[in-house]
Design a protein around this ligand. Sequence first.
Ligand code: FES
Length: 323
Amino acid sequence: MAVAGTLTIPFDVYRFDPTKDKEPRYVRYTLDLAPHTPVLTALLRIRSEIDPGLTLRYSCRSAICGSCSMVVNSKSRLACQTPVGPEFERHGRVVIDPMRNLPVLRDLVVDMGSFWGNYRKLEPHLIGDPDHPLPKGEPSKMTPQQVDAFRETPRCIACAACYSACPAVEADPEFPGPMSLAKLFRFVVDPRDGAAQQRLLKIQPGGLWLCLRCHLCTEACPKDVQPSERIRDLKEMAIAVQGATEHGSKHALGFKENIRQRGQLNEAKLIRQTYTPLEALPLLPQAARLIRKKPELLKSPRPIEGVEEVEKLYELLDEEKPT
Ligand code: FES
């Protein structure tokens, strides 16, 4: 029987040693725990009291070092920051998996190589501007407003929870991932960096536009860095520097224009705005299937009732944009 004030909680923990096991498996452990107990503490109890072979990574136990990220009941989180009680109440158990999008080394420990490799490719350091060299031997000063422009990004602890949650990384491991792009934003807006334009041009092909704006990275981030918002900012800056040259940027601008004109999407027009006729050729079989199901897609939709209100919203949004 559980001690007063505690819950008897079943944990289903992912176990896999690629050097020995053919398949991963889940092992159930049951503990009596106070509801506020962090998942990490529960795992450490399992390791010290039940199964010394359980392998996991952690250090600070205070949501600072970023090393205890894992998937708890299907969500990427810091184990030291996730209390067991609400998880148990919501799901009836606590299922623990290693982070997604990274190969498992053993149990809950993953190989972070691609995460750091993608970050390194973005040159995450100040690049000097030969025309405006940084003062030698003196601190280079920034105004509070300049610092404020990237105030969220330094909070990042590189825990990779965003990388684990990101469907774009899953679809294309070359996608830099939310953390790398949020940090790239930090260098693009830093007035001491002399390579903002080159950074934006370099990241444009593919990289930036693979982001689907699902916001799962922002939901997973334990430090409220809001990577999806920083990626949106980068997309706007990339269009300002180079115009709409990628399928992603053409699609984004076409979508915006479509909604502005009619309050709803004209899908056939959006395809024409995104692809040249030659580029659209391979999409024809898919388009034919879609049109068989929804023939109305061929018709240009009429403006919705109250479309003037949509225009007013766009005007308001344009006014809000920083100059
Ligand atoms: S152990 Fe350091 S963030 Fe969780």
